[in-house]
Ligand binder design. Sequence first.
Ligand SMILES: Nc1ncnc2c1ncn2[C@@H]1O[C@H](COP(=O)(O)OP(=O)(O)OP(=O)(O)O)[C@@H](O)[C@H]1O
Length: 633
Amino acid sequence: MEVVMHEAANPTEESESVKYNSAEKSVTLMQEEESGTFSRPPQQTIDLQFEDIKYTASLGFRKGTKEILHGVNGKFPPGQLIAIMGPSGAGKSTLLDILSGYRIRGVSGTVYANGFPRNLKAFRKSSCYIQQDDRLQPLLTTAENMQIAADLKLGPEVSQREKTETIEEILKWLGLSKTMNTKAAGLSGGQKKRLSIALELINNPTVMFLDEPTTGLDSSSCSQCIKLLKDLARQGRTIVCTIHQPSASLFQLFDQVYVLAAGRCLYQGSTTNLVPFLNDVKYPCPQYHNPADFVIELACEEYGPEIIDTMVATTENGSSVAYFDKEVVPTLKRPIAGGNSAKTSSDDESGLQATSSYNQLKVLLRRGYIKTKRDQTLTYMRLMVNASVGLMLGTLYWQAGSDGTKVLDNYNLLFSILMHHMMSTMMLTILTFPNEMSILIKEHFNRWYSLKMYYTSVTLVDIPVSIACCALFSTIIYYMTGQPLDKQRFMMFFVISMLVVFVAQSFGLMVGAVFNVINGTFLGPTLSVPMMMFAGFGVTLRDLPGYLYWGSYISYLRYGLEGIVGAIYGLERETIWCPDDAYCHYKYPKKLLEDIAMKGDQFGNDVIALVLILFFLRIVAYVLLRYKLMAVR
Ligand SMILES: Nc1ncnc2c1ncn2[C@@H]1O[C@H](COP(=O)(O)OP(=O)(O)OP(=O)(O)O)[C@@H](O)[C@H]1O
């Protein structure tokens, strides 16, 4: 360990070489521990450079803006493992977001790929971004996650045998072979991190960005992870990752370091040149001190604010190559301002995704099917809730549908049925969709699929479960509560129930696409209250004040209630049975329809209105989802 600590403020050539050799040796040792090898050099190399990068964040309405990055420059050569270091809030993640192309608004300056101004679309095709939190499908096993990624990224043109070989090779190399059949939710932190890397390696990216890949890992998993990244870099990739404050041994594994403080570059160059650099700026690293710790202490202004300006001036805010290793400098291509990046080999104007829309949809439907099969909440709990609520309501309103004394009770029941469909479906979507959002953001940015295909798959995958739940509930409640035993009426009852389920689900999707779980849980039911007010239940449509009547046109519950009442009391239903000794005010269904101001023959119109609302909400939810995907960038 002592060799990787800084030995002297003025190191000798010998101690430098000892340190370097020690780091290389530790890499080799760890490589030997691994069971597999992964050697797939990328088709090209990318030399990444950036000039005068500024990022200005908006602080909100009328609160102005704040400049986070102040014109930083840098050069990230291929074949190198580069660490972006700095204290918390220095702008590391922001810089990584910008370099990966994830953040685009509020950014100025130029990023160059192989000397030409970067063409973002082309660049995204040869790069990937692995965010800090592991965004994996928790219900899918390692093998399934890899297979889905392979099917989406490599497509049907590549044979299954080749895909399996690639998957096995990657998993073996990353030490994940034993977890092939473990669901992602059951993997350890380090395994999740490695699986995140494995998923993106399938299509062999040339540039990899990783935000804090070592966060949450113990020291051995940390060095294992960084060592794997170094291996990938050695094959010709440009690997850039942010890291908080690496230990001395971890620090030595990096080739290049880029130190940020408050949005400015303090140091850029090789890891081994950091100590000489500190000597040059007259703040030598104390003996036995980890240079990474020391430079962070300087960045945190523990030795005063003046040193920051000196360091920024010495590195020319990232422009200087004085502290790069001599053999690396010639590989740096000079940026060609105003050049045309279309000349780069990585550029082509085909779609962002690697495979066809049809293939994306097919694979996403398969993934959706596996998830549905395993999902305790979305599938099993939903079926159970529908069955138990059906039984409860059925018991409470036992045979109310065929009893003339209980017509009003039955009318209440019909409204309760709609409420059940609305609340259970909408809330489930609001509660579960925001979790899906983070995975969607990652996979969509890394070009696994288009939003259109994702959205289509989400819409289609849920249909069978929704139909099963609705059929179960409708059958139980219809027969227990003694509704008219007539096929046509039951089908009408079922169709309206189904449409209300789909509309409520779309409404939930709209809310879930934009808001987090807490806000969505508040907003969903709150926004549903006007739907109930204008449904014609409690206050009949006849009694609605003229200036509020518009509300009844937009309330899908109004069409739901009118349609379901029409199914039970419309179609010229005959007189309802009434006990001899009782007074049945509503034994004539027409009387009820008159009093609640419904005609009972509007079923067709109600279905059309619900279908139109369904399409409208689905389109709005899609637009909001697209907006959200752009807004986060
Ligand atoms: N959209 C934004 N609005 C306001 N401030 C922002 C925005 N994005 C980033 N910032 C601020 O910019 C600074 C840099 O943020 P960034 O996340 O890049 O830091 P970091 O170095 O990655 O920090 P950490 O290591 O803690 O993750 C922080 O002070 C952060 O609050």
